[in-house]
Design a protein around this ligand. Structure first.
Ligand code: F3S
Length: 642
Protein backbone atom coordinates (compact mmCIF):
# COMPACT_ATOMS: atom_id res chain seq x y z
CA UNK A 1 0.00 0.00 0.00
CA UNK A 2 1.22 3.50 -0.73
CA UNK A 3 1.35 6.10 2.05
CA UNK A 4 -1.64 8.02 0.68
CA UNK A 5 -3.92 4.99 0.88
CA UNK A 6 -2.62 4.13 4.34
CA UNK A 7 -3.72 7.53 5.69
CA UNK A 8 -6.96 7.56 3.68
CA UNK A 9 -7.83 4.05 4.96
CA UNK A 10 -7.17 5.08 8.55
CA UNK A 11 -9.52 8.08 8.16
CA UNK A 12 -12.22 6.64 5.88
CA UNK A 13 -15.72 7.03 7.33
CA UNK A 14 -17.74 6.07 4.24
CA UNK A 15 -17.35 4.95 0.63
CA UNK A 16 -14.88 2.65 -1.10
CA UNK A 17 -11.26 3.48 -1.86
CA UNK A 18 -11.47 3.17 -5.60
CA UNK A 19 -10.36 6.02 -7.91
CA UNK A 20 -13.27 8.35 -8.65
CA UNK A 21 -15.67 6.89 -6.03
CA UNK A 22 -16.79 9.35 -3.34
CA UNK A 23 -15.29 8.80 0.12
CA UNK A 24 -15.95 10.59 3.39
CA UNK A 25 -12.84 11.08 5.52
CA UNK A 26 -12.38 12.15 9.11
CA UNK A 27 -10.55 15.44 9.54
CA UNK A 28 -8.19 15.78 12.52
CA UNK A 29 -7.12 19.43 12.12
CA UNK A 30 -8.43 22.51 10.35
CA UNK A 31 -6.93 25.87 9.49
CA UNK A 32 -8.40 29.07 8.13
CA UNK A 33 -6.96 32.40 7.09
CA UNK A 34 -8.68 35.77 7.38
CA UNK A 35 -9.88 36.07 3.77
CA UNK A 36 -11.88 32.84 4.03
CA UNK A 37 -12.04 32.40 7.79
CA UNK A 38 -14.68 34.95 8.72
CA UNK A 39 -17.26 33.20 6.55
CA UNK A 40 -16.17 29.74 7.74
CA UNK A 41 -16.71 30.79 11.38
CA UNK A 42 -20.01 32.53 10.63
CA UNK A 43 -21.11 29.25 9.05
CA UNK A 44 -19.81 27.25 12.00
CA UNK A 45 -21.73 29.53 14.37
CA UNK A 46 -24.88 29.02 12.30
CA UNK A 47 -24.64 25.27 13.00
CA UNK A 48 -25.29 25.97 16.68
CA UNK A 49 -22.53 23.79 18.19
CA UNK A 50 -20.90 24.79 21.49
CA UNK A 51 -17.34 23.91 20.42
CA UNK A 52 -15.30 22.55 17.50
CA UNK A 53 -15.03 18.77 17.36
CA UNK A 54 -11.63 18.49 15.68
CA UNK A 55 -8.42 17.56 17.49
CA UNK A 56 -7.12 21.04 16.61
CA UNK A 57 -8.41 24.06 14.73
CA UNK A 58 -6.32 27.18 14.10
CA UNK A 59 -7.41 30.59 12.79
CA UNK A 60 -4.69 32.67 11.10
CA UNK A 61 -4.58 36.29 9.98
CA UNK A 62 -2.12 36.72 7.12
CA UNK A 63 -3.82 37.76 3.86
CA UNK A 64 -5.16 41.25 4.26
CA UNK A 65 -3.62 43.06 7.19
CA UNK A 66 -3.93 46.56 5.76
CA UNK A 67 -6.05 48.63 8.09
CA UNK A 68 -7.10 51.49 5.86
CA UNK A 69 -10.69 51.27 7.12
CA UNK A 70 -12.53 49.59 9.96
CA UNK A 71 -13.45 46.44 8.00
CA UNK A 72 -10.28 44.36 8.42
CA UNK A 73 -9.85 45.48 12.02
CA UNK A 74 -13.45 44.41 12.71
CA UNK A 75 -12.74 41.06 11.14
CA UNK A 76 -9.62 40.52 13.26
CA UNK A 77 -11.54 41.22 16.49
CA UNK A 78 -14.33 38.89 15.38
CA UNK A 79 -11.85 36.12 14.49
CA UNK A 80 -10.07 36.36 17.84
CA UNK A 81 -13.23 36.31 19.93
CA UNK A 82 -14.99 33.61 17.93
CA UNK A 83 -11.87 31.43 18.29
CA UNK A 84 -11.91 31.88 22.07
CA UNK A 85 -15.61 31.10 22.20
CA UNK A 86 -15.49 27.87 20.18
CA UNK A 87 -12.15 26.31 21.18
CA UNK A 88 -9.97 27.44 18.28
CA UNK A 89 -6.34 28.56 18.51
CA UNK A 90 -5.91 32.13 17.22
CA UNK A 91 -2.70 33.16 15.49
CA UNK A 92 -2.50 36.93 15.82
CA UNK A 93 -1.77 39.26 12.88
CA UNK A 94 2.02 39.36 12.62
CA UNK A 95 2.57 35.78 13.81
CA UNK A 96 3.00 34.65 10.25
CA UNK A 97 1.63 32.99 7.15
CA UNK A 98 -0.72 30.11 7.96
CA UNK A 99 1.24 27.39 6.15
CA UNK A 100 4.59 28.45 7.64
CA UNK A 101 3.27 28.65 11.22
CA UNK A 102 1.19 25.49 10.93
CA UNK A 103 4.16 23.39 9.83
CA UNK A 104 6.29 24.86 12.63
CA UNK A 105 3.89 24.49 15.52
CA UNK A 106 1.00 22.14 14.70
CA UNK A 107 1.37 19.71 11.76
CA UNK A 108 1.44 16.03 12.75
CA UNK A 109 2.52 13.16 10.47
CA UNK A 110 -0.28 10.73 9.61
CA UNK A 111 -3.09 13.12 10.54
CA UNK A 112 -5.52 14.87 8.17
CA UNK A 113 -5.71 18.66 7.79
CA UNK A 114 -8.40 20.60 5.95
CA UNK A 115 -7.73 24.29 5.35
CA UNK A 116 -9.70 27.05 3.67
CA UNK A 117 -6.67 27.95 1.58
CA UNK A 118 -5.42 26.25 -1.55
CA UNK A 119 -1.84 25.88 -0.28
CA UNK A 120 -2.87 23.83 2.78
CA UNK A 121 -1.04 20.83 1.19
CA UNK A 122 2.22 22.43 2.42
CA UNK A 123 2.03 20.35 5.61
CA UNK A 124 2.23 17.21 3.42
CA UNK A 125 5.98 17.89 3.62
CA UNK A 126 6.02 16.07 6.95
CA UNK A 127 3.71 13.20 6.11
CA UNK A 128 0.35 14.83 6.82
CA UNK A 129 -2.60 14.46 4.45
CA UNK A 130 -3.39 18.16 4.05
CA UNK A 131 -6.02 19.51 1.65
CA UNK A 132 -7.50 22.85 0.67
CA UNK A 133 -11.28 23.39 0.53
CA UNK A 134 -14.02 26.02 0.65
CA UNK A 135 -14.88 27.73 3.94
CA UNK A 136 -18.15 25.81 4.41
CA UNK A 137 -16.37 22.47 3.98
CA UNK A 138 -13.94 23.54 6.70
CA UNK A 139 -16.81 24.67 8.93
CA UNK A 140 -18.45 21.27 8.46
CA UNK A 141 -15.16 19.52 9.30
CA UNK A 142 -14.96 21.63 12.50
CA UNK A 143 -18.39 20.22 13.36
CA UNK A 144 -16.85 16.75 13.24
CA UNK A 145 -18.50 15.76 9.96
CA UNK A 146 -16.59 13.91 7.24
CA UNK A 147 -15.04 15.67 4.26
CA UNK A 148 -16.15 14.15 0.96
CA UNK A 149 -13.84 13.82 -2.03
CA UNK A 150 -13.70 11.56 -5.04
CA UNK A 151 -10.98 9.00 -4.23
CA UNK A 152 -7.92 10.43 -5.98
CA UNK A 153 -5.47 8.56 -8.16
CA UNK A 154 -2.01 8.41 -6.60
CA UNK A 155 0.86 9.74 -8.68
CA UNK A 156 4.17 8.40 -7.40
CA UNK A 157 7.23 10.58 -7.94
CA UNK A 158 10.43 8.56 -7.58
CA UNK A 159 13.35 10.81 -6.67
CA UNK A 160 16.89 9.58 -7.30
CA UNK A 161 20.28 11.27 -6.87
CA UNK A 162 20.93 14.40 -4.77
CA UNK A 163 20.32 18.10 -5.27
CA UNK A 164 23.36 19.77 -6.84
CA UNK A 165 24.78 23.11 -5.56
CA UNK A 166 22.43 26.05 -6.15
CA UNK A 167 19.45 23.73 -6.71
CA UNK A 168 16.58 23.47 -4.25
CA UNK A 169 13.11 22.11 -3.64
CA UNK A 170 11.80 24.95 -5.82
CA UNK A 171 13.57 23.44 -8.82
CA UNK A 172 12.03 20.02 -8.09
CA UNK A 173 8.48 21.38 -8.16
CA UNK A 174 9.20 23.66 -11.13
CA UNK A 175 10.43 20.56 -12.98
CA UNK A 176 7.16 18.80 -12.07
CA UNK A 177 5.21 21.78 -13.43
CA UNK A 178 7.35 21.86 -16.58
CA UNK A 179 6.55 18.21 -17.23
CA UNK A 180 2.94 17.91 -16.06
CA UNK A 181 1.47 21.46 -16.44
CA UNK A 182 -0.98 23.24 -14.13
CA UNK A 183 -3.59 20.56 -14.88
CA UNK A 184 -1.28 17.56 -14.42
CA UNK A 185 -2.22 16.89 -10.81
CA UNK A 186 -6.00 17.17 -11.19
CA UNK A 187 -7.82 14.37 -9.33
CA UNK A 188 -4.49 13.11 -7.98
CA UNK A 189 -2.44 12.99 -4.81
CA UNK A 190 1.28 13.32 -5.52
CA UNK A 191 3.37 11.02 -3.33
CA UNK A 192 7.16 11.44 -3.23
CA UNK A 193 9.23 8.32 -2.86
CA UNK A 194 12.61 6.85 -3.79
CA UNK A 195 16.18 7.21 -2.47
CA UNK A 196 16.40 10.92 -3.32
CA UNK A 197 13.79 11.78 -0.65
CA UNK A 198 16.35 11.32 2.13
CA UNK A 199 18.53 14.09 0.65
CA UNK A 200 15.78 16.72 0.86
CA UNK A 201 15.53 18.85 3.99
CA UNK A 202 12.14 19.59 5.54
CA UNK A 203 12.29 23.11 4.09
CA UNK A 204 12.78 21.77 0.54
CA UNK A 205 9.94 19.31 1.06
CA UNK A 206 7.54 22.04 2.21
CA UNK A 207 8.30 24.10 -0.91
CA UNK A 208 7.52 21.06 -3.08
CA UNK A 209 4.23 20.15 -1.37
CA UNK A 210 3.20 23.83 -1.24
CA UNK A 211 3.43 24.22 -5.00
CA UNK A 212 1.74 20.89 -5.66
CA UNK A 213 -1.33 23.14 -5.53
CA UNK A 214 -0.12 24.69 -8.80
CA UNK A 215 -0.24 21.22 -10.38
CA UNK A 216 -3.95 21.16 -9.49
CA UNK A 217 -3.31 18.17 -7.18
CA UNK A 218 -5.64 17.33 -4.28
CA UNK A 219 -2.50 17.28 -2.16
CA UNK A 220 1.15 16.11 -2.11
CA UNK A 221 2.88 14.05 0.54
CA UNK A 222 6.35 12.98 1.69
CA UNK A 223 7.13 10.07 4.02
CA UNK A 224 7.76 10.82 7.69
CA UNK A 225 11.41 9.82 8.26
CA UNK A 226 14.50 10.84 10.22
CA UNK A 227 14.49 14.28 8.51
CA UNK A 228 10.92 14.76 9.71
CA UNK A 229 11.88 13.62 13.19
CA UNK A 230 14.77 16.10 13.26
CA UNK A 231 12.52 18.97 12.11
CA UNK A 232 9.90 18.19 14.76
CA UNK A 233 12.52 17.76 17.45
CA UNK A 234 14.09 21.13 16.50
CA UNK A 235 10.60 22.59 16.93
CA UNK A 236 10.40 21.01 20.41
CA UNK A 237 7.72 18.60 19.16
CA UNK A 238 9.50 15.27 18.75
CA UNK A 239 6.62 13.52 20.51
CA UNK A 240 4.45 14.31 17.46
CA UNK A 241 6.72 12.20 15.25
CA UNK A 242 5.74 8.79 13.92
CA UNK A 243 7.59 6.98 11.13
CA UNK A 244 5.44 6.66 8.01
CA UNK A 245 6.26 5.35 4.56
CA UNK A 246 4.78 3.46 1.65
CA UNK A 247 5.29 -0.32 1.71
CA UNK A 248 8.42 -1.37 -0.23
CA UNK A 249 6.23 -2.96 -2.91
CA UNK A 250 3.65 -0.16 -2.95
CA UNK A 251 1.82 0.43 -6.21
CA UNK A 252 0.91 3.76 -7.79
CA UNK A 253 -1.66 4.63 -10.43
CA UNK A 254 1.05 6.52 -12.30
CA UNK A 255 4.77 6.97 -11.73
CA UNK A 256 7.26 9.63 -12.82
CA UNK A 257 10.96 9.78 -12.00
CA UNK A 258 13.15 12.80 -11.33
CA UNK A 259 16.92 12.51 -11.19
CA UNK A 260 18.00 15.21 -8.72
CA UNK A 261 21.61 14.96 -10.00
CA UNK A 262 20.44 16.23 -13.39
CA UNK A 263 18.32 19.11 -12.11
CA UNK A 264 19.45 22.70 -12.79
CA UNK A 265 18.09 26.08 -11.59
CA UNK A 266 14.69 26.67 -13.21
CA UNK A 267 12.35 29.63 -13.52
CA UNK A 268 8.63 29.99 -14.36
CA UNK A 269 8.12 32.77 -16.92
CA UNK A 270 5.07 35.05 -17.08
CA UNK A 271 2.24 34.36 -16.56
CA UNK A 272 1.71 30.76 -15.52
CA UNK A 273 3.59 28.61 -12.97
CA UNK A 274 4.06 25.88 -15.60
CA UNK A 275 5.77 28.16 -18.11
CA UNK A 276 9.10 26.75 -16.89
CA UNK A 277 12.53 27.06 -18.56
CA UNK A 278 16.15 26.90 -17.35
CA UNK A 279 17.36 30.13 -15.74
CA UNK A 280 20.27 30.21 -18.18
CA UNK A 281 17.90 30.28 -21.16
CA UNK A 282 16.45 33.66 -20.04
CA UNK A 283 19.61 35.04 -18.38
CA UNK A 284 20.32 38.70 -19.10
CA UNK A 285 16.68 39.85 -18.99
CA UNK A 286 16.63 43.15 -17.02
CA UNK A 287 14.95 42.91 -13.58
CA UNK A 288 13.44 45.81 -11.59
CA UNK A 289 11.96 43.99 -8.60
CA UNK A 290 12.88 40.93 -6.52
CA UNK A 291 10.63 39.57 -3.75
CA UNK A 292 11.55 36.76 -1.36
CA UNK A 293 8.73 35.47 0.81
CA UNK A 294 5.27 33.81 0.63
CA UNK A 295 4.22 30.44 2.02
CA UNK A 296 6.49 28.79 -0.58
CA UNK A 297 9.93 30.17 0.30
CA UNK A 298 10.15 32.23 3.47
CA UNK A 299 11.63 29.74 5.92
CA UNK A 300 14.64 30.41 8.15
CA UNK A 301 16.83 28.37 5.78
CA UNK A 302 15.55 30.38 2.77
CA UNK A 303 16.22 33.76 4.38
CA UNK A 304 19.57 32.75 5.90
CA UNK A 305 20.68 31.58 2.45
CA UNK A 306 19.60 34.88 0.90
CA UNK A 307 21.38 36.84 3.64
CA UNK A 308 24.63 34.90 3.25
CA UNK A 309 24.56 35.49 -0.51
CA UNK A 310 24.01 39.21 0.10
CA UNK A 311 26.52 39.54 2.95
CA UNK A 312 28.93 42.35 2.16
CA UNK A 313 27.27 42.93 -1.21
CA UNK A 314 24.68 45.40 -2.50
CA UNK A 315 21.31 45.04 -4.20
CA UNK A 316 21.64 46.41 -7.74
CA UNK A 317 20.56 50.08 -7.85
CA UNK A 318 17.87 49.34 -10.47
CA UNK A 319 16.25 46.65 -8.31
CA UNK A 320 13.77 47.08 -5.46
CA UNK A 321 14.15 43.99 -3.28
CA UNK A 322 11.69 42.96 -0.56
CA UNK A 323 12.09 40.19 2.00
CA UNK A 324 9.16 38.76 3.98
CA UNK A 325 9.93 36.42 6.88
CA UNK A 326 7.26 33.70 6.77
CA UNK A 327 6.61 33.74 10.48
CA UNK A 328 7.51 35.47 13.71
CA UNK A 329 9.76 32.50 14.46
CA UNK A 330 11.69 33.07 11.22
CA UNK A 331 11.78 36.83 11.81
CA UNK A 332 13.06 36.53 15.38
CA UNK A 333 15.69 33.96 14.37
CA UNK A 334 17.13 35.97 11.47
CA UNK A 335 17.39 38.97 13.80
CA UNK A 336 19.04 36.89 16.54
CA UNK A 337 21.51 35.27 14.13
CA UNK A 338 22.55 38.49 12.40
CA UNK A 339 21.02 37.73 8.99
CA UNK A 340 18.56 40.60 9.33
CA UNK A 341 21.51 43.02 9.43
CA UNK A 342 22.97 41.45 6.26
CA UNK A 343 19.67 41.93 4.43
CA UNK A 344 19.27 45.54 5.59
CA UNK A 345 22.91 46.37 4.87
CA UNK A 346 22.60 45.03 1.32
CA UNK A 347 19.59 47.30 0.67
CA UNK A 348 16.57 45.01 1.13
CA UNK A 349 13.17 46.31 2.18
CA UNK A 350 11.76 44.20 5.02
CA UNK A 351 8.00 43.49 5.20
CA UNK A 352 5.97 42.13 8.11
CA UNK A 353 5.25 38.40 8.32
CA UNK A 354 2.22 38.03 6.06
CA UNK A 355 1.21 37.14 2.49
CA UNK A 356 1.83 40.73 1.37
CA UNK A 357 2.87 41.07 -2.27
CA UNK A 358 1.89 37.44 -3.03
CA UNK A 359 -1.80 38.42 -2.84
CA UNK A 360 -1.26 41.90 -4.28
CA UNK A 361 -1.26 43.63 -0.88
CA UNK A 362 1.42 46.19 -1.62
CA UNK A 363 4.64 46.12 -3.69
CA UNK A 364 2.84 46.02 -7.05
CA UNK A 365 5.63 46.07 -9.65
CA UNK A 366 5.93 48.81 -12.29
CA UNK A 367 4.04 48.31 -15.55
CA UNK A 368 6.00 46.09 -17.92
CA UNK A 369 8.91 45.74 -15.43
CA UNK A 370 10.21 42.25 -14.63
CA UNK A 371 9.65 41.05 -11.06
CA UNK A 372 11.37 37.82 -9.94
CA UNK A 373 9.70 36.26 -6.93
CA UNK A 374 10.17 33.20 -4.74
CA UNK A 375 6.35 32.81 -4.65
CA UNK A 376 4.04 30.18 -6.14
CA UNK A 377 1.70 32.01 -8.53
CA UNK A 378 2.30 34.49 -11.33
CA UNK A 379 -1.12 34.75 -12.99
CA UNK A 380 -1.46 38.04 -14.82
CA UNK A 381 -2.53 40.89 -12.57
CA UNK A 382 -2.20 38.96 -9.28
CA UNK A 383 0.68 41.25 -8.29
CA UNK A 384 -1.66 44.26 -8.38
CA UNK A 385 -0.26 45.52 -11.71
CA UNK A 386 -2.41 44.48 -14.66
CA UNK A 387 0.47 44.47 -17.16
CA UNK A 388 2.93 42.67 -14.90
CA UNK A 389 5.80 40.34 -15.86
CA UNK A 390 6.28 38.04 -12.85
CA UNK A 391 8.82 35.19 -12.84
CA UNK A 392 8.96 32.49 -10.14
CA UNK A 393 12.25 31.01 -8.90
CA UNK A 394 14.16 29.84 -5.82
CA UNK A 395 15.49 32.35 -3.26
CA UNK A 396 19.00 31.58 -4.60
CA UNK A 397 18.03 32.63 -8.13
CA UNK A 398 16.14 35.64 -6.74
CA UNK A 399 19.30 36.89 -5.00
CA UNK A 400 21.41 36.32 -8.13
CA UNK A 401 18.92 38.54 -10.00
CA UNK A 402 18.95 41.17 -7.24
CA UNK A 403 22.75 41.39 -7.27
CA UNK A 404 23.09 41.70 -11.03
CA UNK A 405 19.90 43.55 -12.03
CA UNK A 406 19.10 40.84 -14.55
CA UNK A 407 17.93 37.27 -14.59
CA UNK A 408 21.00 35.26 -13.60
CA UNK A 409 21.90 31.68 -12.73
CA UNK A 410 23.89 31.74 -9.47
CA UNK A 411 26.22 29.09 -10.95
CA UNK A 412 27.43 31.75 -13.38
CA UNK A 413 28.37 34.36 -10.76
CA UNK A 414 32.05 33.82 -10.01
CA UNK A 415 31.95 35.82 -6.77
CA UNK A 416 29.43 33.42 -5.18
CA UNK A 417 30.36 30.15 -3.50
CA UNK A 418 27.56 27.59 -3.03
CA UNK A 419 25.74 27.94 0.26
CA UNK A 420 23.83 25.24 2.11
CA UNK A 421 22.04 26.30 5.30
CA UNK A 422 21.18 23.25 7.39
CA UNK A 423 17.98 22.87 9.42
CA UNK A 424 18.81 24.35 12.86
CA UNK A 425 19.25 21.98 15.80
CA UNK A 426 16.78 24.13 17.72
CA UNK A 427 14.29 26.62 16.32
CA UNK A 428 13.47 29.57 18.55
CA UNK A 429 10.19 28.71 20.24
CA UNK A 430 8.13 31.69 21.32
CA UNK A 431 4.39 31.12 20.99
CA UNK A 432 3.31 34.38 22.58
CA UNK A 433 1.42 35.46 19.43
CA UNK A 434 -0.76 32.35 19.65
CA UNK A 435 -3.88 32.70 21.76
CA UNK A 436 -5.05 29.36 23.12
CA UNK A 437 -8.75 29.09 23.94
CA UNK A 438 -10.08 28.44 27.45
CA UNK A 439 -11.36 24.94 28.27
CA UNK A 440 -14.89 26.36 28.28
CA UNK A 441 -15.58 29.39 26.12
CA UNK A 442 -19.36 29.52 26.64
CA UNK A 443 -19.21 32.84 28.45
CA UNK A 444 -17.02 34.56 25.84
CA UNK A 445 -18.81 37.38 24.03
CA UNK A 446 -18.16 37.26 20.27
CA UNK A 447 -17.26 40.76 19.03
CA UNK A 448 -19.23 41.78 15.96
CA UNK A 449 -18.32 45.12 14.48
CA UNK A 450 -20.62 46.65 11.87
CA UNK A 451 -18.88 44.62 9.13
CA UNK A 452 -19.87 41.27 10.66
CA UNK A 453 -23.31 40.05 9.66
CA UNK A 454 -24.91 36.65 10.31
CA UNK A 455 -24.65 34.14 7.48
CA UNK A 456 -28.00 33.80 5.70
CA UNK A 457 -29.63 30.39 5.35
CA UNK A 458 -31.44 29.07 2.28
CA UNK A 459 -35.04 27.88 2.40
CA UNK A 460 -35.67 24.15 2.04
CA UNK A 461 -36.79 23.09 -1.43
CA UNK A 462 -40.56 23.09 -1.93
CA UNK A 463 -42.69 20.78 -4.06
CA UNK A 464 -42.99 23.35 -6.84
CA UNK A 465 -41.00 26.34 -8.01
CA UNK A 466 -42.30 29.22 -10.10
CA UNK A 467 -39.93 32.09 -10.84
CA UNK A 468 -38.78 34.42 -13.61
CA UNK A 469 -35.57 34.05 -15.62
CA UNK A 470 -33.78 37.18 -14.43
CA UNK A 471 -30.65 36.67 -16.51
CA UNK A 472 -29.84 34.65 -19.61
CA UNK A 473 -26.06 34.31 -20.01
CA UNK A 474 -23.69 32.74 -22.56
CA UNK A 475 -20.80 30.27 -22.19
CA UNK A 476 -17.81 30.35 -19.78
CA UNK A 477 -19.34 32.62 -17.14
CA UNK A 478 -16.73 32.75 -14.37
CA UNK A 479 -17.12 33.22 -10.62
CA UNK A 480 -15.58 36.67 -11.24
CA UNK A 481 -18.62 37.52 -13.39
CA UNK A 482 -20.98 36.25 -10.71
CA UNK A 483 -19.24 37.66 -7.62
CA UNK A 484 -16.26 39.89 -8.40
CA UNK A 485 -13.30 40.21 -5.97
CA UNK A 486 -11.01 43.24 -5.67
CA UNK A 487 -10.16 45.85 -3.08
CA UNK A 488 -13.72 47.26 -2.96
CA UNK A 489 -15.48 43.93 -2.56
CA UNK A 490 -13.05 41.81 -0.48
CA UNK A 491 -13.43 43.72 2.81
CA UNK A 492 -17.18 42.89 2.66
CA UNK A 493 -16.56 39.14 2.78
CA UNK A 494 -18.24 38.81 6.21
CA UNK A 495 -21.24 40.90 5.21
CA UNK A 496 -23.42 39.02 2.72
CA UNK A 497 -26.14 41.72 2.50
CA UNK A 498 -23.46 44.27 1.49
CA UNK A 499 -21.44 42.01 -0.80
CA UNK A 500 -24.58 40.79 -2.58
CA UNK A 501 -24.97 44.31 -4.02
CA UNK A 502 -22.07 43.36 -6.33
CA UNK A 503 -23.59 40.13 -7.71
CA UNK A 504 -23.37 40.07 -11.54
CA UNK A 505 -22.12 43.67 -11.35
CA UNK A 506 -20.01 43.19 -14.50
CA UNK A 507 -22.88 41.63 -16.43
CA UNK A 508 -25.97 43.48 -15.25
CA UNK A 509 -25.65 46.03 -12.43
CA UNK A 510 -29.46 46.06 -11.98
CA UNK A 511 -29.51 42.36 -11.04
CA UNK A 512 -29.46 42.73 -7.22
CA UNK A 513 -32.38 45.16 -7.24
CA UNK A 514 -34.42 43.10 -9.72
CA UNK A 515 -33.70 39.89 -7.79
CA UNK A 516 -34.85 41.42 -4.51
CA UNK A 517 -38.11 42.62 -6.00
CA UNK A 518 -38.76 39.27 -7.74
CA UNK A 519 -38.37 37.41 -4.41
CA UNK A 520 -37.20 34.23 -6.07
CA UNK A 521 -35.56 33.82 -9.44
CA UNK A 522 -33.80 31.55 -11.94
CA UNK A 523 -30.56 32.20 -13.83
CA UNK A 524 -29.99 30.58 -17.24
CA UNK A 525 -26.51 30.06 -18.68
CA UNK A 526 -24.48 28.21 -21.33
CA UNK A 527 -21.54 25.81 -21.00
CA UNK A 528 -18.86 25.77 -18.26
CA UNK A 529 -20.91 28.01 -15.98
CA UNK A 530 -19.01 29.07 -12.82
CA UNK A 531 -15.44 28.44 -14.00
CA UNK A 532 -12.49 30.03 -12.18
CA UNK A 533 -11.86 30.37 -8.46
CA UNK A 534 -13.56 28.33 -5.78
CA UNK A 535 -15.10 31.35 -4.07
CA UNK A 536 -18.25 30.30 -2.28
CA UNK A 537 -19.65 33.84 -2.25
CA UNK A 538 -20.56 33.22 -5.93
CA UNK A 539 -23.25 30.83 -4.66
CA UNK A 540 -23.98 32.30 -1.24
CA UNK A 541 -24.67 35.87 -2.38
CA UNK A 542 -27.04 34.85 -5.25
CA UNK A 543 -28.84 32.56 -2.78
CA UNK A 544 -29.26 35.55 -0.46
CA UNK A 545 -30.82 37.47 -3.36
CA UNK A 546 -33.36 34.68 -3.94
CA UNK A 547 -31.82 32.72 -6.83
CA UNK A 548 -33.41 29.27 -6.43
CA UNK A 549 -32.16 27.47 -9.53
CA UNK A 550 -29.38 27.84 -12.09
CA UNK A 551 -30.21 26.19 -15.41
CA UNK A 552 -27.27 25.77 -17.81
CA UNK A 553 -25.76 23.59 -20.51
CA UNK A 554 -22.90 22.53 -18.16
CA UNK A 555 -21.25 23.53 -14.86
CA UNK A 556 -17.66 23.96 -13.67
CA UNK A 557 -17.17 21.35 -10.94
CA UNK A 558 -16.44 23.43 -7.83
CA UNK A 559 -19.12 26.03 -8.49
CA UNK A 560 -21.71 23.31 -8.95
CA UNK A 561 -20.68 21.87 -5.56
CA UNK A 562 -21.01 25.34 -4.03
CA UNK A 563 -24.53 25.76 -5.47
CA UNK A 564 -25.53 22.46 -3.85
CA UNK A 565 -23.93 23.53 -0.55
CA UNK A 566 -26.04 26.70 -0.53
CA UNK A 567 -29.30 25.04 -1.59
CA UNK A 568 -29.52 26.33 -5.17
CA UNK A 569 -30.81 23.74 -7.68
CA UNK A 570 -28.05 23.02 -10.25
CA UNK A 571 -29.97 22.01 -13.38
CA UNK A 572 -28.75 21.17 -16.88
CA UNK A 573 -30.73 21.04 -20.13
CA UNK A 574 -31.53 17.47 -21.22
CA UNK A 575 -31.53 18.85 -24.76
CA UNK A 576 -29.22 21.87 -25.12
CA UNK A 577 -31.42 23.17 -27.95
CA UNK A 578 -34.02 24.12 -25.30
CA UNK A 579 -31.62 26.89 -24.18
CA UNK A 580 -32.61 28.80 -27.35
CA UNK A 581 -36.31 28.64 -26.45
CA UNK A 582 -35.89 30.73 -23.27
CA UNK A 583 -35.97 34.54 -23.20
CA UNK A 584 -34.95 36.78 -20.28
CA UNK A 585 -38.04 37.51 -18.20
CA UNK A 586 -39.82 34.24 -19.08
CA UNK A 587 -41.76 32.75 -16.19
CA UNK A 588 -40.75 29.11 -15.54
CA UNK A 589 -42.64 26.59 -13.42
CA UNK A 590 -41.40 23.24 -12.13
CA UNK A 591 -43.91 20.89 -10.47
CA UNK A 592 -43.09 17.68 -8.66
CA UNK A 593 -39.68 18.97 -7.60
CA UNK A 594 -39.10 16.34 -4.90
CA UNK A 595 -40.00 13.38 -7.14
CA UNK A 596 -38.03 14.92 -10.00
CA UNK A 597 -34.91 15.28 -7.87
CA UNK A 598 -35.20 11.63 -6.83
CA UNK A 599 -35.52 10.58 -10.48
CA UNK A 600 -32.76 12.96 -11.64
CA UNK A 601 -35.08 14.61 -14.19
CA UNK A 602 -37.63 17.40 -13.94
CA UNK A 603 -40.22 18.83 -16.33
CA UNK A 604 -40.15 22.60 -16.78
CA UNK A 605 -43.08 24.63 -18.13
CA UNK A 606 -42.24 27.93 -19.76
CA UNK A 607 -45.46 29.80 -18.92
CA UNK A 608 -44.51 32.77 -21.11
CA UNK A 609 -43.57 30.85 -24.27
CA UNK A 610 -46.13 28.10 -23.56
CA UNK A 611 -43.59 25.30 -24.01
CA UNK A 612 -42.32 22.45 -21.85
CA UNK A 613 -38.92 20.78 -21.72
CA UNK A 614 -36.86 18.41 -19.55
CA UNK A 615 -33.92 19.28 -17.34
CA UNK A 616 -31.48 17.03 -15.49
CA UNK A 617 -30.48 17.15 -11.82
CA UNK A 618 -27.66 14.62 -11.58
CA UNK A 619 -27.20 14.62 -7.80
CA UNK A 620 -25.58 11.98 -5.60
CA UNK A 621 -27.75 10.75 -2.72
CA UNK A 622 -25.78 12.98 -0.32
CA UNK A 623 -26.17 16.04 -2.57
CA UNK A 624 -29.92 15.43 -2.88
CA UNK A 625 -30.25 15.40 0.91
CA UNK A 626 -28.30 18.69 1.06
CA UNK A 627 -30.56 20.31 -1.53
CA UNK A 628 -33.74 19.05 0.16
CA UNK A 629 -32.58 20.47 3.47
CA UNK A 630 -31.99 23.87 1.87
CA UNK A 631 -28.21 23.65 1.88
CA UNK A 632 -25.46 22.02 3.89
CA UNK A 633 -25.75 24.35 6.87
CA UNK A 634 -29.43 23.54 7.32
CA UNK A 635 -28.72 19.83 6.94
CA UNK A 636 -26.01 19.84 9.57
CA UNK A 637 -28.13 21.96 11.91
CA UNK A 638 -31.00 19.51 11.72
CA UNK A 639 -28.69 16.53 12.19
CA UNK A 640 -27.14 18.14 15.26
CA UNK A 641 -30.62 18.74 16.68
CA UNK A 642 -31.56 15.04 16.35
FE1 F3S B 1 -0.59 33.75 1.30
FE2 F3S B 1 0.36 33.71 -1.12
FE3 F3S B 1 0.54 31.61 0.35
S1 F3S B 1 -1.55 34.66 -0.51
S2 F3S B 1 -1.15 31.69 1.82
S3 F3S B 1 1.54 33.55 0.72
S4 F3S B 1 -0.05 31.68 -1.79
Amino acid sequence: MNLTYKILSAHRMSGELSPGAEIGIRIDQTLTQDATGTMAYLQFEAMGLPRVRTKLSVSYVDHNMLQTGFENADDHRYLQSVAERYGIVFSRPGNGICHQVHRERFAVPGQTLLGSDSHTPTCGGLGMLAMGAGGLDVAVAMAGEPYFIPTPRVLGVKLTGRLQPWCSGKDVILEMLRRLSVKGGTGRIVEYTGPGVASLSASHRFTITNMGAELGATTSIFPSDEITRHFLSAQGREDAWVPLAADPDASYDELVEIDLDALEPLIACPSSPDNVVSVRSVAGTPVVQVCIGSCTNSSYEDLATAALMLRGRRVHPDVSMTVTPGSKQVFEMIVRDGYFADLIAAGCRILESSCGPCIGMGQAPPTGGVSVRSFNRNFKGRSGTSEDLVYLASPEVCVACALTGQIADPRDLAELAPIAVATPEHFLINDNMLVFPPADGQSVEVERGPNIKPVPLAEPVRTSLEAPVLLKLGDNISTDHIMPAGAKVLPLRSNIPAISEFVFMRVDPTFPERARSAGQSIVVGGSNYGQGSSREHAALAPMYLGVRAVLVKSFARIHRANLVNFGILPLTFADEADYDGIEPGDQLRIDGVLEGLAAGELRVSNLTQKTTFTVKAALTEREREVILAGGLLNKIKSEQAE
